[in-house]
Design a protein around this ligand. Structure first.
Ligand SMILES: [Zn+2]
Length: 462
């Protein structure tokens, strides 16, 4: 196969580089996985040509928080997140999670990753904490199978819950692991999959699920392991657990995390809507990242992050769609739009809101920084060719084509993209995954959901 490609004559290339360059009527030349030139009328010798006439080209989106396995518990009005207290919702949904098996992990991940790729996401992080008797230790392995079938970059967060209900957690017995079991499996996954080199398609993150659902020891040992192996750390924080942490440890969660070393440039946290202004400074000083997930905040009725104040304090914010039981969709363009509108809603009280383009950089440049990927996040020479096309000839886009950088979130561009490329390889184009029988996979996934879950909980899936 030809290693060199030329994306020819794109109508606009929104690079998200340091100068916010938007190229017009320009080409991108790719050698192997990386971009080797961007400009007008580039030399095409030896290149396979990809015609981009009329296309707007954007850097691939980077998703920094998700739970793929929840894709099979979507659209359940019988356990409606917006209309239940979180604790009641957890009590109802965890028994379903307990029945998830290895095939359900594989197919639900495949569905989530397909949704992500179709909507311009090229690098996905998943926080996988569903380990049941039926899955054994297989989930992350099954997810890498799915990722390599579709060609998405995958950063796997190996999660866990170690604290039993009898000691104050919300976790059913069938989903508990010991700290040792967890650490051992993290070590196995790191040695089997973790690749820190440029253009890496596979990385491992040590990611105990939530401070309130594991022993402190689990987090302390996670820090030791991650630092000794040079991998990153992730957990949920500031999502309503602070009262419990104050009762249990006499301190707020971020202070607890800082004292045990679970902060730093190699750490990012999901949600953070409970963070206080003084804690923004701690996040910024320690260079700890934050994944903003707009959908669960809206569906759950939680406070909306003050992103301008957080950024002013120096925090790095990235974007996540979050798990499908609190979003019901893995469409990151949709989350981009939602985040933009939510910030704008508060603009008068807060003295401004990020522009649509600034939100795009949160979902690209900041996402890359969050995952420690200096080879991703923008379209520049030397970076990986991770990108997507939007067809500017579509009738519904007419009238807003003068500003491609601001068009996506502002203009509500949330449908399937025209082409998605990961590391120079086209993985989605004109409604198809090249080489894959999508209808067959969709039927298999639907059947798997019934076999693993619907048949066990007919009253919930009714
Ligand atoms: Zn989450």
């Amino acid at each position: 196969m030809n290693q060199k490609k030329l994306i020819r004559n794109a109508r606009a290339i929104v690079s998200c580089d340091g100068q916010d360059t938007v190229y017009t009527d320009a080409d991108i030349r790719i050698d192997g996985y990386a971009i080797d030139a961007i400009g007008k009328d580039l030399d095409a010798s030896g290149c396979t040509i990809i015609d981009a006439k009329g296309m707007f080209v954007y850097p691939g989106l980077i998703n920094t928080h998700h739970h793929f396995f929840q894709t099979f518990v979507r659209n359940l009005l019988t356990i409606d997140y917006p209309n239940l207290l979180v604790v009641d919702w957890l009590d109802k949904i965890y028994p379903i999670f307990s029945e998830i098996d290895s095939d359900a992990i594989y197919y639900s991940s495949l569905v989530a990753m397909a949704d992500l790729l179709k909507h311009g996401c090229t690098t996905a992080f998943d926080h996988q904490y569903c380990y049941t008797k039926k899955t054994g230790k297989s989930p992350v392995d099954r997810q890498f199978e799915a990722a390599s079938l579709l060609g998405i970059r995958y950063h796997a967060g190996r999660g866990c819950n170690t604290l039993p209900k009898s000691e104050g957690s919300t976790i059913p017995l069938a989903m508990l692991e010991t700290t040792d079991e967890f650490l051992l499996d993290c070590e196995r996954l790191i040695s089997r999959y973790h690749d820190p080199s440029p253009n890496s398609m596979a990385q491992i993150v040590v990611a105990p699920c939530q401070p309130i659902n594991s022993y402190e020891e689990t987090f302390v040992e996670s820090v030791k392991l991650a630092r000794s192996k040079g991998v990153r750390l992730h957990t949920h924080l500031g999502e309503g657990e602070n009262p419990i942490m104050l009762e249990r440890y006499g301190k707020r969660t971020l202070q607890w995390a800082e004292e045990i070393g679970f902060v730093g440039e190699d750490v990012w946290l999901a949600h953070g809507w409970e963070l206080q202004k003084d804690e923004y400074e701690v996040m910024a000083r320690t260079k700890t990242g934050l994944s903003h997930c707009p959908a669960p905040a809206v569906l759950g009725g939680f406070p909306i992050l003050d992103i301008p104040a957080m950024q002013k304090a120096g925090m790095n914010i990235s974007l996540g769609c979050d798990g499908s039981s609190t979003n019901d969709s893995s469409n990151l363009l949709d989350s981009l739009r939602m985040a933009y509108l939510m910030q704008s809603y508060h603009s008068k009280q807060r003295g401004g809101a990020p522009s649509s383009y600034e939100m795009l950089k949160i979902a690209t440049v900041n996402g890359a920084k969050t995952l420690g990927r200096d080879d991703l996040g923008s379209l520049q020479v030397g970076k990986a060719a991770d990108l997507f096309f939007i067809d500017s000839n579509a009738l519904e886009l007419a009238g807003m084509l003068h500003d491609p950088a601001n068009m996506l979130a502002r203009g509500g561009v949330t449908g399937a993209v025209n082409l998605t490329m990961v590391g120079g390889k086209v993985v989605y184009e004109d409604g198809h995954f090249p080489g894959l029988a999508e209808e067959v996979l969709a039927k298999e996934a639907e059947a798997c959901c019934s076999k693993s879950l619907r048949n066990f909980f007919p009253e919930i899936f009714a």
